[in-house]
Write a protein that binds this ligand. Sequence first.
Ligand code: FAD
Length: 532
Amino acid sequence: MPQIPTQTQILVIGGGPGGSFSAAALAREGFEVTLFEADKFPRYHIGESLLPSVRPFLQFVGAEEKVMEQGFCPKPGAAIKFNQHKREGYTDFIGRGPEFGSWNVSRSAFDHLLLQHASSCGVKVFENTKVNTIEFQKQDDPKSRPVAVNYKNSEGKEGRITFDYLVDASGRNGVMSTKYLKNRHNNETLKNIAIWGYWENCGRYKPGTNREGAIWIEALTDESGWAWFIPLEKNLVSVGVVMNHAQSIQKRNAFREESGNPNSSLHDFYLSQVKLAPGLVSDLIPNGRMVEKEGGPIVRQASDYSYSADSYAGPRYRLVGDAACFIDPFFSSGVHLAFTGGLSAAGTIATSIRGAASEEECVKWHDTKVAVSYTRFMLVVLGSYKQMRSQSENVLSDVNEDNFDRAFDLLRPIIQGTADVNKKVTEDEVHRTMDFVKNVFAPTDPELEAAVQQRVAPEFFEGGDILLPSQVEAMFDDEDVKHVLHVVNARKPVHKMFDTQKEFGSEPINGYTIKLVRGELGMVRPQSIVVA
Ligand code: FAD
């Protein structure tokens, strides 16, 4: 095993998707990158359903083919039943061809593949190596530049490494944010708990059609939350329930009383909650059987995972993925956001090192990029909760059997993640989405309508002037929103992020040679692919 260096140009904390992605992107640009991962991979992780946007991201770092060869379960789309009184909506990934589809993955295998890929790109990866403390240029001033970390490996060996730039991709631990900056805020509206397990012998959504393999999301009949059904490889299915945390405690107490068993297990409670998703129970898991996965408990749980730091970057450091923020798994946005932040961190660090823009500008760019992506998802997630928590109120009032998919489709640039990777959201898409918000959510929510009228939406989508938190606060009774809606002009000199017209990778990928070309809004476009 190679020796851990005492100095590196860029240190990345965490080998999950965010850390591996930013490390690989930077190493491919010729920078010296060292990555510390506390765990030994493969390791279990939740977060199995991926958006189609992961494909251009994976192409960007040359990892798409490796993922394709792994045999993960193809994901052609997602079916979402927001309301028990209406049919589900469907967001289709593969209308333009199977190559636009995504996957549902066992994260142990997916994350391992990405970490190994980072290593193959030249990243010096050290597993079983945990960062314990960070040192700053001005002692005890975490607002100054971080300059070194102290680590300990699983054999008890301690050490110190200095660096020029730091990427904190340490997931929910969020070393910088929770230990030093102390700027993480929980999202009070989404204080939820997720309880899940793995099943065999289940059905599939619309078997024999081009929707087979799609995930199924269903609002619970008691309006406390929703359930997920995610088919994985080897006939395994991930089935989870998500509900308001406080309500879950009351429900669990009531369940103990009703069942006459004060010691009833989490497993019993989970099974009782799964039954609140009748579509799931009758069509998808009627013959299912729970199984262990990767040696863990048969029923797992996580809670209070919706939070955000109030800034995502500072002098010579960037926060990426869950270390920065996470909303809620409803639209499967976690890995997408980790990749978005990972690329933004890599791009802005590359720009800063090359002197193409000032570090201050780069910090602002990353901060904005992460905020915009996070906020896009937050809007659609909160809108969806609004409907799931008041099913008799018909929040989605204008939507009927005929226009549901079309209406739902208008949110596609956000919920498929394409708004963050492909291109600038077009004016047409802004208007269509605004119409959707206005016509669908607004009739039961005058405040939301007022906020939309006050051009919150175009500003938000276009990344224009600073949004006024007071307008947005009115939309969702949510403390956290104002922390993330500090969206400033995103039309920064993005083309400076990487060398333009630079060809990377000597081998053509999928018959194409990938060239980076000048990006527009967003970031360098991974689709900037030319036929070899
Ligand atoms: P992680 O994947 O958590 O990686 C962080 C890594 O940092 C870990 O490997 C950890 O060991 C390491 N680390 C931590 N501290 C240190 C340290 N001090 N030193 C060194 N290493 C350290 N996302 C989706 O895309 N789709 C889904 O369907 C989905 N479902 C979800 C369901 C639930 C219930 C929850 C809670 C989340 C879900 N997510 C989903 C979110 C997804 O799991 C995360 O957003 C994603 O894993 C973030 O990637 P990351 O790289 O930022 O962090």
